[in-house]
Design a protein around this ligand. Structure first.
Ligand code: GLC
Length: 525
């Protein structure tokens, strides 16, 4: 197999916060088209666009009301086609986000279900159920929404005739589909074909381990105190029939030439997650165990080893990520301030030295920290119901250093971005970093360009072994079977480098040693 993605760098574009061409304070597809030269300059192979489909934006687009159209907030289908053509002409592949676990209350199929009677075929597309108590006054079970509060909502709270509830594992604006109904599978096959036919190169599958619920939806044995995705409720995730869905999607992906990529958001332990990447299912999942790590050498090495072991059991290629739009930015997670910056740079160098696919989140290449968004400006539904805000990782990108306000995110002076860009972010701006050869951006570009030289051929990357180790000084080494070693100094002192040629390092070596909080690539001699 010579699949392009096996050694690709894929950059997650969060359209709301990438670039705002029309000046309404919210990023859009035209903004992405205009910034295509920047994307190309990063040396990436593809972009993954988080949802831009039609949506009332209750969950920033993860509540999709029409899977086959573009929300006017972001542009039109014609803009999307132009974006796709522009990306391809710049050598960049495009992945779109598909959300099959739930939809939006504004999806016409859900509106029809609400309008139809209990027990109707319309309602059978979703999980409608009578509640508990004489008058159905309590939810059908004890499941809790990932965003906080019960996972059930009464359709007509005042009615004594229609007393049904519907299931929503996320916000009440996001009703779950009933995957037991074959019409749901047929609907989604049409959706993925729609995008594949348009020429997209792959899809990212949202909450891919969701979809099916345990038969009869009994009470969950655990009612979580903290919100941790579906992990808190084993009955709402990782049910066996879901694998059949990905087998059929894989067959569809392979009908196309070149085959389309399927990458899943499977937020499970590595052993369970690996089962989604068996040879006839998804090509990849994001390595969540890795994506959530702090700056901790023992954990990096242990999780790295674990991921390597499980991927070999299914024969899939590795894939790596440390940031996305739901997770606290690495700069902040790794300690914040100058130290966090230094470690985040090291992490980028480390990641780009690993074999397999690397996912980078927009702004990671700039070393952006998490922002403490003022409470009054927070927009994340998880904040309102669950007290956790993901807004701090979603702040618009700073493009220029000169202008205050949006720092060039919106072209219109004075336009108010949907989340405020901190005044000091001119220092992080692309304009400023492009002029500074020691910037995070310069290092990212250098690493992605060098990576091309050390790319394992696609055909061998699935079999390319990786061995992680750590010594008493916190020196982590990820040794590739082709000889390249990624060394990360995760302890308190500088570390010796193994013998070989130093190809790249995130900090200058001192007396031949790699300083603490730095990473380097060392090639075999
Ligand atoms: C995924 C998305 C997240 C969204 C959730 C519900 O976890 O990454 O942003 O809120 O699914 O769709």
């Amino acid at each position: 197999m010579s699949d392009w993605w096996n050694s690709a760098v894929i950059y997650e574009v969060y359209p709301r916060s990438f670039s705002d061409a029309d000046g309404d304070g919210i990023g859009d597809l035209r903004g992405i088209i205009e910034r295509m030269p920047y994307l190309e300059s990063l040396g990436i192979d593809g972009i993954w666009l988080t949802p831009f489909q039609r949506s009332p934006q209750v969950d920033q687009g993860y509540d999709i009301s029409d899977y086959c159209d573009v929300d006017p907030l972001f542009g039109s289908l014609a803009d999307f086609d132009e974006l796709l053509a522009a990306a391809h002409s710049h050598g960049i592949r495009v992945l779109v986000d598909i959300v099959p676990n739930h939809t939006s209350i504004e999806n016409p199929l859900f509106e029809a279900a609400v309008a139809a009677a209990p027990g109707s075929i319309e309602r059978d597309m979703f999980h409608f159920s009578e509640g508990r108590g004489l008058n159905s006054e309590s939810p059908p079970n004890n499941w809790v929404s990932v965003f906080g509060g019960p996972a059930w909502h009464r359709v007509f709270p005042e009615s004594t005739v229609d007393t049904q509830w519907y299931l929503h594992l996320f916000s009440p604006g996001q009703p779950d589909w009933n995957w037991e109904n074959p019409a749901v599978a047929a609907y989604f096959e049409a959706v993925i074909r729609f995008w594949f036919d348009r020429g997209v190169d792959g899809i990212r599958v949202d909450v891919a381990h969701g979809l099916y619920k345990a038969a009869g939806m009994p009470d969950s044995p655990t009612v979580p105190a903290v919100i941790d995705g579906l992990r808190s409720n084993p009955l709402a995730m990782d049910q066996e029939p879901v694998h059949e869905v990905y087998r059929s999607w894989r067959r569809i992906a392979e009908e196309y030439s070149p085959a389309r990529l399927l990458v899943g958001e499977v937020n499970l332990e590595p052993e369970r997650s690996a089962r989604y990447t068996r040879a006839d299912e998804l090509h990849q999942t994001f390595a969540f165990a890795f994506a959530k790590l702090g700056w901790d050498g023992k954990q990096w090495s242990a999780v790295g080893q674990q991921l390597e072991a499980v991927r070999r059991t299914v024969g899939s290629a590795p894939s790596w990520a440390l940031e996305n739009h739901d997770i606290v930015r690495t700069v902040t997670r790794f300690g914040g301030g100058a130290l966090g910056q230094q470690r985040a740079r090291a992490a980028v160098v480390a990641l780009l030295g690993l074999p397999g696919t690397v996912y980078i989140y927009q702004g990671q290449e700039l070393g952006l920290p998490e922002v403490d968004v003022p409470v009054a400006r927070r927009a994340d539904p998880m904040w309102f119901n669950g007290g956790v805000s993901r807004d701090g990782a979603r702040v618009p990108l700073p493009w220029d250093a000169a202008s205050a306000g949006s720092h060039g995110f919106s072209p219109v002076p004075g336009a108010e971005p949907w989340l405020p860009v901190p005044p000091a972010w001119g220092d992080f701006s692309i304009e400023r970093q492009e002029l500074d050869e020691t910037s995070a951006l310069a290092l990212f570009r250098q690493a992605s360009a060098l990576r091309a030289q050390f790319e394992v051929s696609s055909s061998s990357s699935a079999s390319l072994a990786l061995d992680w180790s750590i010594d008493g000084n916190g020196r982590v080494i990820a040794r590739r079977s082709d000889g390249l070693r990624v060394v990360i100094a995760m302890g308190e002192s500088a570390v010796e480098l193994p013998a070989g040629a130093v190809v790249l390092s995130s900090e200058a070596l001192v007396d031949g040693k790699l300083p603490a909080n730095a990473a380097a690539w060392v090639a075999a001699e």
